[in-house]
Ligand binder design. Structure first.
Ligand SMILES: Nc1ncnc2c1ncn2[C@@H]1O[C@H](COP(=O)(O)OP(=O)(O)OP(=O)(O)O)[C@@H](O)[C@H]1O
Length: 229
């Protein structure tokens, strides 16, 4: 393990403050992931997992505390700096994959690379390599509607890793995959983590997968506790 890649310091976040429905979701989150480290985030429903992933991924801002990515403190940074960091250095895999329906699997993996300044040939080669690693070469020309849910999820995985992010944030990335495919996708993810030194924070309810990561942490009552769970 080497330098900190994702550092969350004293994050707090509440909703509807000052109203009777006020909820304090995060009450002081401290969590650091090193380069090449995989951490399973386990949380009961409603504990604030999405809130935490959104703040870590610069899609939302905390009430207090800071998010440091690859040594850069992102608190107080403007929209442009946050967007640039998100595009270059953060990969997201959502529970619902949000693929672009009018584009093929390959194009869904190519487009974020073009947006990040890659050339077309290099982007296409990278997309082909990633799709191959998750067993989808034969589906590269299919649109999302022509793919199964698990196949769409695998495309989302390739898209998230296309720009070689330094941080990967995932919400149940293997949630709707059968055990064998889940194993394959997880294996591909682990290999990519080892090759690229990215830091991966992966929310999952799958204890078997969680146990294969470097560390398990539990989010409960607004705080992070170390595993076991
Ligand atoms: N915009 C909002 N306004 C008010 N309350 C919110 C808002 N977003 C989330 N909450 C509340 O904050 C809490 C945490 O929500 P969050 O979506 O982060 O949970 P989660 O752990 O991801 O849940 P799940 O695993 O069930 O998807 C919940 O009690 C939710 O009702």
């Amino acid at each position: 393990m080497s330098e900190a890649m994702l550092q969350l310091d004293g994050l707090t976040k509440g909703y509807l403050q000052g109203t009777p429905g006020a909820v304090e979701v995060l009450r002081g989150i401290d969590l650091t992931l090193s380069a090449g480290e995989t951490v399973a985030l386990v949380a009961p429903s409603g504990a604030g997992k999405s809130t935490l992933l959104h703040i870590a991924g610069l899609l939302d801002t905390p009430d207090a505390g800071r998010v440091v990515i690859a040594g850069q403190d992102m608190s107080g940074k403007g929209d442009r700096a946050r967007t640039a960091m998100r595009r270059q250095d953060i990969g997201f895999i959502y529970q619902f994959h949000h693929l672009l329906p009018e584009f093929t699997a390959a194009e869904n993996v190519i487009l974020p690379q073009l947006a990040n300044g890659a050339g077309r040939a290099a982007a296409a080669a990278r997309a082909a390599e990633l799709l191959d690693r998750v067993g989808l070469s034969a589906r590269a020309g299919h649109r999302p509607a022509e793919l199964s849910g698990g196949e769409q999820q695998r495309v989302a995985f390739c898209r998230a890793l296309a720009n070689r992010p330094r941080v990967l944030l995932a919400d149940e990335p293997t949630g709707n995959l059968d055990p064998e495919t889940s194993d394959r996708v997880f294996g591909a993810l682990m290999a990519l983590v080892a090759e690229t030194g990215l830091a991966a924070l992966i929310a999952t309810h799958n204890m078997e997968l969680a146990a294969r990561m470097d560390r398990v942490v539990r989010l409960d009552n607004g705080r992070i506790e170390p595993g076991p769970v």
